[in-house]
Design a protein around this ligand. Structure first.
Ligand code: ADP
Ligand code: TRP
Length: 353
C-alpha cells in the first residue's frame, strides 16, 4: 500500500523556538520514518506580515539549517522552499475562486494579525474590530495576502494531496478551513481529487508551548521565546528570569498560570520523577522557584545545545544547503505540477494549441 502523505511548513519569519520544536519540528523528525513526508519553509506566507527583502533569504536559510540540525533527513523527507514551487501560486489563484471573503474575515488568526497591524485594542468586541479593519483608511494596511493566508495554506497541503499535517494547536482552524475547501471543491466539480487532511500528534493532544512571561503561547512576535540557537548563557538567563509568583502559602494550593507554564515546559523536557518531585514540593509549600528554574534550564539545554551546534555547522555549508533545496524543489514541483494539471482540467481550463 502507498504510504500516507505528510506535509507541514513553518513561516520564514525568524529563528525557531521551543514552540516550533515541540509543536511541529520534533514531529517532522518522527514522522519521516513512516510516511511519505514533505517539509517546507513558507516564505510566501512570511510576506503577509514580514515583507523585508533584507531578512527573508537569511530566514529561509536559517530555518533549513534548523530543520536539518533537528534531524529532518533529506534522504527520507522532501525539504523545500515554498516559492521554489510556482505551481502553488497558480493553484492559490484558482482555489480563491471558491473561497468566501466572509469566512476568511472570520478566521481567528486574520482578526488577530489585522488587529495587531492596525493597533486596535483587544478590549473591543468582535464586531467593532471587524468594522475597524474594513473602515481603516490610515496608511497602516492589512494586505489582501493576509486575508487569503488560509487559501495559500490550504493549497500548500492540497497540492501535495497530504493526509496528515503535523502542526501546533494554533493552526487547527486553518486545517479546518483546508478540509472545508477540499470538500467544497470535490463536491462542486463532482470529483474525488483532494483528501481531507488532519492534524497529527502521535495519539496525544495538539501541544501549546507556553512563553516565559507568564502569558499564553511562546511565539516569535510575543518576545517570550527560547530559541534552538540560543547560547547556553542566554538560555539560562531567560529561564531564570521567567515570571513566577510569590509561592504557595497553604498546602495543596492551586497552581497559578505562570508557574503552571513552567511545569508545562518541564513536562516537555524533564524526566517524570523530576517533575513529580517539584509538584510535591509545590503541594507541601517547600518549593524554591530558583531550583525549579535551574533544573528546567538544565533539561532544556540537553535538548537544544546539540541542535545548536549542528545549526552552526550547517548554516555555513552552502553546498549542502543548495543540494538539499534543489533536490527538494525538484521532487515537490513534480508532484505539484501533476495536481495543478488535474485541477486545470477539472475547472475547464484547456489549451487551444
Ligand atoms: P510563531 O507563532 O512563533 O510565529 P509559526 O506561526 O511560524 O510560529 O509556527 C510554526 C509552527 O510551530 C506551527 O506548526 C505552529 O503551530 C507551531 N507553533 C508555534 N508556536 C507554538 C507554540 N507556542 N506551541 C506549539 N506549537 C507552536
Ligand atoms: N500557517 C502555518 C504557521 O503559521 C505555516 C504553514 C503554511 C503551514 N502553510 C502550511 C503549516 C501548510 C502546515 C501546512 O505555522
Amino acid at each position: 500500500m502507498a504510504k500516507e502523505i505528510v506535509l507541514s511548513g513553518i513561516r520564514a519569519t525568524g529563528n525557531l523556538h521551543l514552540g516550533n520544536y515541540y509543536g511541529a519540528l520534533s514531529k517532522f523528525v518522527k514522522m519521516q520514518e513512516d510516511y511519505d513526508s514533505l517539509f517546507f519553509i513558507a516564505d510566501l506566507h512570511a510576506l503577509t506580515t514580514h515583507p523585508d527583502p533584507k531578512t527573508l533569504h537569511t530566514n529561509v536559510k536559517n530555518i533549513i539549517a534548523e530543520y536539518l540540525a533537528a534531524g529532518v533527513d533529506p534522504d527520507k523527507a522532501t525539504i523545500f522552499v515554498q516559492s521554489d514551487v510556482p505551481e502553488i501560486s497558480e493553484l492559490y489563484l484558482l482555489l480563491n475562486m471558491h473561497v468566501g471573503i466572509g469566512e476568511l474575515m472570520r478566521t481567528a488568526s486574520f482578526k488577530d494579525k489585522a488587529r495587531k497591524a492596525l493597533g486596535i485594542k483587544t478590549d473591543k468586541d468582535e464586531e467593532d474590530i471587524e468594522k475597524e479593519i474594513i473602515g481603516n483608511e490610515s496608511n497602516k494596511r492589512v494586505n489582501a495576502g493576509l486575508l487569503t493566508y488560509p487559501t495559500l495554506m490550504a493549497v500548500d497541503i492540497l497540492i501535495q494531496k497530504a493526509n496528515k499535517v503535523p502542526v501546533g494547536k494554533d493552526q487547527e482552524q486553518h486545517l479546518e478551513l483546508t478540509r472545508r475547501f477540499a470538500r467544497r471543491f470535490n463536491s462542486f466539480y463532482g470529483v474525488d481529487l483532494f483528501p481531507e487532511p488532519e492534524n497529527f500528534n502521535f495519539g496525544g493532544n495538539a501541544v501549546k508551548v507556553p512563553g516565559l512571561d507568564g502569558s499564553g503561547k511562546m511565539g516569535k512576535s510575543e518576545g517570550n521565546c527560547i530559541y534552538l540557537i540560543d547560547e547556553e548563557k542566554v538560555l539560562r538567563k531567560k529561564v531564570m528570569r521567567a515570571v513566577t509568583d510569590e509561592g504557595p502559602k497553604v498546602p495543596n494550593s492551586p497552581v497559578s498560570q505562570p508557574v503552571e507554564n513552567l511545569f508545562t515546559l518541564m513536562e516537555l523536557t524533564s524526566a517524570p520523577e523530576v517533575i513529580q518531585q517539584y509538584r510535591d514540593a509545590y503541594a507541601d509549600c517547600s518549593i524554591r522557584y530558583g531550583d525549579l528554574k535551574k533544573q528546567l534550564a538544565e533539561d532544556i539545554l540537553k535538548v537544544t545545545l546539540p541542535i545548536r551546534e549542528r545549526i552552526l555547522d550547517i548554516q555555513n555549508d552552502d553546498v549542502l544547503l543548495a543540494r538539499v533545496i534543489k533536490q527538494g524543489a525538484d521532487r515537490a514541483r513534480e508532484r505539484a505540477a501533476k495536481t495543478l494539471s488535474e485541477v486545470r482540467e477539472i475547472m475547464g481550463i484547456k489549451k487551444f494549441y
